[in-house]
Ligand binder design. Structure first.
Ligand code: MN3
Length: 201
């Protein structure tokens, strides 16, 4: 069964003006779709064709002979996760146990935002910034290219894509402005909270 490009969890113009329909027309319909097409071509007629996306990612991580498979599988996962990390009228504040954990780990929500933004801005070249949980502790990390927390024994709670294709149409070279808008107006804290609860169970 081939992998399919998942539909966006909102309309392609729903995150305007912070992320434009034009950005989605490339980022979802072209970039994300290309990773899906490439992955299907790479695993076709191999034992991996019957594996889940997560199984493929874990089986190919760190294996140089499977770098193409890892890169495309991880990018399929990363983008689907990223779309779900955002919602219209997002941003605001987390609630409940997640809010308490963020305060404990980063001092405050503002402290978290500052450190997350710093990770996103200092990721040299293409990659991702993450809020992860590892051994019960919240951590902020960054990864290059397609790399992701799953390959490092961590569970992803939140991510932002800092490849130039994620922001160039709307922000040109201003990655810090993009990350700030993501934090202030786009983050879907309900999704992050669900991920947090699942990771603790
Ligand atoms: Mn991308």
């Amino acid at each position: 069964m081939a992998f399919e490009l998942p539909a966006l969890p909102y309309a392609a113009n729903a995150l305007e003006p912070y992320m434009s329909e034009k950005t989605f027309s490339f980022h979802h319909a072209k970039h994300h779709n290309t990773y899906v097409v490439n992955l299907n071509n790479l695993v076709k007629d191999t034992p991996m064709a019957s594996q889940s996306l997560e199984e493929i990612i874990k089986a190919s991580a760190g294996d140089a002979s499977k770098a193409g498979i890892f890169n495309n599988a991880a990018q399929v996962w990363n983008h689907t996760f990223f779309w779900n990390c955002m919602k219209p009228q997002g941003g605001g504040k987390p609630a409940g146990a997640l809010a308490e954990a963020i305060d404990k780990s980063f001092g405050s929500l503002d402290g978290f935002k500052e450190q997350f933004k710093q990770a996103a801005v200092t990721q040299f070249g293409s990659g991702w910034a993450w809020l992860v949980i590892e051994g019960g502790e919240l951590k902020i990390t960054k990864t290059g290219n397609a790399d992701l927390p799953m390959a490092h024994g961590q569970t992803a709670l939140l991510t932002v894509d800092v490849w130039e294709h994620a922001y160039y149409i709307d922000y040109q070279n201003r990655r810090p402005d993009f990350v700030q808008a993501f934090l202030d107006h786009l983050v879907n804290w309900d999704f992050v909270s669900e991920n947090f609860k699942k990771a603790l169970n």
